[in-house]
Design a protein around this ligand. Structure first.
Ligand code: COA
Ligand code: AMP
Length: 631
């Protein structure tokens, strides 16, 4: 048996001793009573009775171990022409003061705090400040519109929101303050206090009695120390897209999360204390939570916070510049970022200007790494390019390769092998039976899930069971399809629900449909994700108009597009809508989105036997042809 096989086998056969061993890498105030508590299935709990503080483990612990002067964060912002570095000591000072002002605003252990901020160091500090005092943060990605923010505020019910006056997207200044004000206007559970980090590019107007200036509060605050929390206490809630318009609040605990993330840094990413780790994502996504903020700091590495894009800030050499300037050891990004660079600089001319010999590996996730992207990056960088698969729900990878354990030969198109702790099975979607190698089915994980994965959905235990645990009893249903080959390599084939992946961002077609349906002339609609060379997928809307509507079709389409932008946010990239006479449906009334997607992608499809009205497919085909799609 090789090292991987030994470790994997141990993690599945003896999960308690395996994870208890991993947990020794974390500082606990009190040791757990039980490694794994199975008394309330499927709500498994890890390290029950244990007490710790995640912020202590991410900052203070390193200072006590002589790393106080080491850079904890490198903030690199080409859009503001800024590079700032914060040592662990400086990070502690700022985080303690932010935690102090949160406490002075009345935030207590267990309270929620919503963070709606761009990629500036204060976002990361805010998350750690919450962790320091046992508050539960809920970060909302800046590219979401007010309505989406309001939905999350209503569910998380924070009394305090932390925000900034603006974000910067390439050369555009995005004013956050009006978006925040509108969200609070829309929300039913209105927070009473907002703290605004004013940025010089655009200052926000503070509302008296509700809004506070971040810098003033921070300057005057008394620093707050770490509090002890239960291993099972929530660290954060992160909303993710489901099949409906209502996002799901994934809840992460403190104990299992710290243990699993630190383990993953060593064994998956091959990162040790003092290394420089760069996840080029955003703190608003799970990648940002796990691999910009928590995991690199837990291991004592330096994390790079990059406020920029792979291209256009200022050019497609931006990633290579950051790697060489900051001696990055490991880069983590989405395949779409590599495709964007390749599109603008196919011959990699910008690459010549930089020395990236310090780079050890490139990790990709968020969507499948297509073989073209793999080969381009691998030939260029001459380091392992590792596709790894995971989800907001799991918080860390499910399938990948192991820089700190065993580097398997890469098969382009496959995400390689299951992570220790994940008993991955391919199930027949109808019968739920485990399928043999080579057969495609839904991907499920035999329970219990390992530490670090979600423990429930915020305010919605029922949905946690219904959506994830009930479809195949005894397993966690991932929502993805795939297969395992004869060598045990796992390939991910895509979602089996209405979740789409746009530029590595997970979005719900349901939320876009809800926005479209509000347009007065629209009788019904469907949104599907269609293939896109750069973004992997982009949404395409099909609109059926109310009878008698004689409004100009182009006007309807452009107003509907604007409506989705305003309601869901620019990140939806909803830029195309078609007007059709009817939608194809099954006899039971289910819209045949999968078939519509195949037509739009120009793929072969068979007419489902359950179709109610075959003519509807002709309508779809006609509209797609007219638009020049489907080739
Ligand atoms: N705040 C406000 N608006 C935002 C935003 C934010 N934080 N992030 C993105 N947007 C806006 C963009 O400005 C763009 O607006 P536009 O329609 O006016 O141009 C829109 O949302 C779509 O953004 P995006 O999908 O990022 O498209 P893009 O064309 O600006 O960039 C890529 C394309 C591929 C370069 C970019 O998506 C990228 O870098 N992707 C990396 C993926 C990633 O980080 N994934 C996270 C998981 S690892
Ligand atoms: P998110 O919860 O935003 O991280 O999105 C998770 C979803 O993105 C998964 O369920 C997959 O559909 C998709 N995904 C993420 N990483 C990969 C990958 N490496 N290969 C294929 N699909 C991926």
């Amino acid at each position: 048996m090789d090292e991987y096989e030994k470790v994997y086998k141990e993690s599945i056969e003896n999960p308690r001793s395996f994870w208890a061993d991993a947990a020794k890498d974390i500082e606990w105030y009190e040791k757990w009573d039980q490694v794994l508590d199975e008394s309330n299935k499927p709500f498994y709990r890890w390290f029950t009775g244990g007490k710790l503080n995640t912020c202590y483990n991410a900052i203070d612990h390193h200072i006590e171990n002589g790393r106080g002067d080491q850079d904890a964060i490198i903030y690199d912002s080409p859009v503001t022409d800024t590079i700032e570095k914060y040592s662990f000591e400086e990070l502690k000072e700022r985080v303690s003061k932010i935690a102090g002002f949160l406490r002075e605003l009345g935030v207590e252990k267990g309270d929620t705090v919503v963070i709606y901020m761009p990629m500036i160091p204060e976002s990361l500090m805010a998350m750690l400040a919450c962790a320091r005092i046992g508050a539960v943060h809920s970060v909302v990605f800046g590219g979401f519109a007010s309505n989406e923010l309001a939905i999350r505020v209503d569910d998380a019910e924070p009394d305090v929101i932390l925000s900034a006056s603006c974000g910067i997207e390439r050369d555009k200044v995005i004013e956050y303050k009006p978006l925040l004000d509108e969200a609070i206007e829309l929300a039913e559970n209105k927070p009473t206090k907002c703290v605004i980090k004013q940025r010089p590019e655009c200052e926000g107007k503070l509302i008296e009695g509700r809004d506070y200036d971040w810098d003033e509060l921070e300057e005057e605050a008394d620093p707050a120390d770490c509090v002890s929390v239960d291993a099972n206490d929530p660290l954060y809630v992160l909303y993710t897209s489901g099949t409906t318009g209502k996002p799901k609040g994934v809840v992460r605990d403190n104990g299992g999360h710290a243990v699993a993330l630190k383990w993953s840094m060593r064994y998956v990413y091959g990162v040790e204390p003092g290394d420089v780790y760069w996840a080029a994502s955003d703190v608003g996504w799970v990648v940002g939570h796990s691999y910009i903020v928590y995991a690199p700091l837990l291991i004592g590495a330096t994390t790079v916070m990059y406020e920029g894009k792979p291209v256009g800030t200022p050019d497609p050499g931006a990633f290579w510049r950051v790697i060489s300037q900051h001696d990055v050891d490991v880069l983590f990004t989405a395949p779409t970022a590599i495709r964007a660079i390749k599109r603008e600089d196919p011959e990699a001319e910008y690459f010549e200007d930089y020395d990236i010999s310090g780079l050890d590996s490139l990790f990709l996730a968020g969507e499948r790494t297509d073989p073209d992207t793999y080969h381009w990056a691998s030939d260029l960088l001459q380091v392992p390019v590792i596709d790894h698969w995971w989800q907001t729900e799991t918080g860390w990878p499910i399938v990948g390769n192991f820089r700190g354990l065993k580097q398997f030969p890469i098969k382009p198109g496959s995400a390689t092998k299951p992570m220790p702790g994940y008993d991955l099975q391919i199930l027949d979607p109808q019968t739920g039976e485990e399928l043999p190698p080579g057969e495609t089915g839904v991907i499920a994980i035999k329970l219990p899930l390992p530490p670090g994965t979600f423990i429930t959905l915020w305010n919605n235990k029922e949905k946690f069971k219904q959506e994830y645990m009930d479809p195949f009893p005894g397993y966690y249903f991932t929502g993805d399809a795939g297969f395992v080959d004869e060598d045990g390599y796992v390939s991910i084939m895509g979602r089996v629900d209405n979740v789409i992946n746009v530029a590595g961002h997970r979005l719900s077609t349901g939320s876009m449909e809800e926005a479209v349906a509000k347009y007065p002339a629209v009788a019904e609609c469907a949104v599907v994700g269609i293939n896109d060379e750069l973004k992997g997928e982009v949404p395409l809307g099909f609109l059926v108009l109310k009878s008698g509507v004689d409004q100009d079709h182009e006007e309807i389409k452009s107003e509907v597009i604007q409506m989705v932008r305003d309601e869901v946010g620019p990140i939806a990239s909803f830029k195309k809508a078609l007007i059709v006479d009817k939608l194809p449906k099954t006899r039971s009334g289910k819209t045949l989105r999968g078939t519509m997607k195949k037509i739009a992608d120009g793929e072969e499809y068979s007419v489902p036997s359950t179709i109610a009205d075959e003519e509807a497919l002709d309508t779809i085909e006609g509209a797609i042809e007219e638009e020049g799609l489907g080739k």
